[in-house]
Design a protein around this ligand. Structure first.
Ligand code: SAM
Ligand code: ZN
Length: 378
């Protein structure tokens, strides 16, 4: 058994105990130094899915890229769901098998296959993709396999957010823009791509709990079959039209962007997309998750509670403003966040924080009123 040469350490997440390979802690990225991948910093990503699956409770679930198997093990152990854990790497499959035996749970199937091969031949109620970097090569087969739920992680934030523009365009066939709200553009670009992969099968997707955090984007999506559902989903695809000179932007729905001029600068707006313009959360689901969370022993419960509350209250507009940047532009010191939100509301518009950035705000107010509120002239 290949595991013989691997140093194993016991780890705990939530209510689940499992083995991980020893890592070189002096390395810049310790998970990259072990034969099987495990990244403690993804615990919040896993906690979020464990909590969500406690609410939606799928009939079965596949962890398509298991590595140590921690994600699938936790879903089996903490959500009581029938689980399959897959990886194409022999060392990973050996470790997953050891972890499954150690867990004492009978209802876990372990497979060794390429994701696309496995998903092309088998259906699962919930399909979870957690690759190294981009999930783009696996979305098509995951959509064909998934009956009701699709979950996707992407860690290639540089291509998604426009920092590696050409790579982003090749993978997602979308034009990003690396500006102050690039983390949101990244999430909406990924979601737009996943949606386009589904639409060709007359499948619609309904975002349930989607967020960007540190170096990753995570999508939890519900699947709805049929032309009507697909058309409803398609209506949320479009472009953010961003002024290259000032912070103003508009949302433009549709397949192709049409020329639009900045109403303040009189110059053409830059299209960013195609991407997802619609809402990214189910409010009722987030409420149920927030209600369940305190009773669960989740390692990141405090952080997750903050994230849930921010996501729950965030306006569904596309593209937030970094109000510290706006204040700098106006050569003013920024007011406290709560005061700014109150000032905008007093002007008759909606305004909320957002989960992407501590100084990020979402608002329905037009730019001049927003700047007025930032300056305290509201
Ligand atoms: C980022 S790790 C998964 C981490 C794990 N889900 C967790 O939460 O700790 C990606 C895993 O996918 C596996 N993998 C990569 N490409 C694959 C493919 N085409 N088919 C099956 N497994 C693949 C790798 O061997 C690796 O173990
Ligand atoms: Zn402008």
């Amino acid at each position: 058994m290949i595991l013989g040469i691997m140093e194993l350490i016991e780890a705990v997440e939530g209510r689940t105990r499992f083995f991980i390979p020893g890592q070189d802690k002096d390395s810049a990225f310790p998970p990259g130094t072990a034969p099987v991948f495990y990244n403690r910093r993804m615990e919040l990503n896993r906690d979020a899915t464990v909590l969500l699956l406690q609410v939606i409770h799928p009939e079965d679930y596949i962890d398509t890229m298991g590595a140590t198997g921690v994600r699938g093990l936790r879903i089996a152990q903490e959500c009581g769901v029938k689980v399959t854990i897959n990886d194409r790497d022999s060392r990973a499959v050996d470790l997953i098998s050891k972890n499954v035996a150690h867990s004492g749970i009978d209802d876990i199937t372990v497979t060794k296959s390429d994701v696309n091969v496995l998903l092309s031949g088998h259906r699962f109620d919930a399909v979870d993709l957690d690759p190294f970097g981009t999930p783009a090569p696996f979305i098509d087969s995951a959509i064909r396999s998934a009956r009701r739920f699709l979950m996707v992680t992407a860690t290639d934030t540089a291509p998604l957010c426009g920092a590696h523009k050409k790579a982003g365009m090749r993978r997602y066939f979308s034009q990003p823009l690396n500006n102050e709200y690039h983390s949101e553009t990244g999430l909406r670009t990924l979601l737009g791509f996943v949606v386009r992969e589904a639409l060709k099968y007359d499948i619609g997707l309904i975002p349930q709990f989607c967020f960007a955090h540190e170096h990753f984007v995570r999508l939890h999506l519900q699947i709805r079959r049929g032309v009507a559902a697909a058309e409803r989903t398609r209506s949320s695809i479009g472009y953010i039209m961003q002024c290259p000179k000032c912070p103003s932007r508009t949302e433009q729905q549709g397949m192709l962007p049409h020329t639009e001029v900045c109403e303040y600068c009189g110059i053409p707006l830059t299209p960013v997309g195609p991407l997802w313009l619609g809402g990214i959360q189910s409010e009722t689901l987030l409420d149920e998750m927030a209600e369940k969370a305190p009773a669960l022993p989740l390692g990141t419960s405090r952080e997750l509670a903050v994230l849930l509350s921010l996501c729950r209250n965030e306006l569904p507009t596309a593209g937030f403003y970094d109000y510290h940047q706006l204040a700098k532009r106006e050569r003013r010191s920024p007011p406290p966040m709560d005061q700014l939100l109150e000032r905008i509301k007093a002007l008759g518009f909606q305004a909320t924080r957002c989960h992407y950035l501590g100084t990020g705000i979402k608002t329905t107010a037009p730019l001049p009123l927003l700047l007025q509120a930032v300056k305290g002239e509201g």
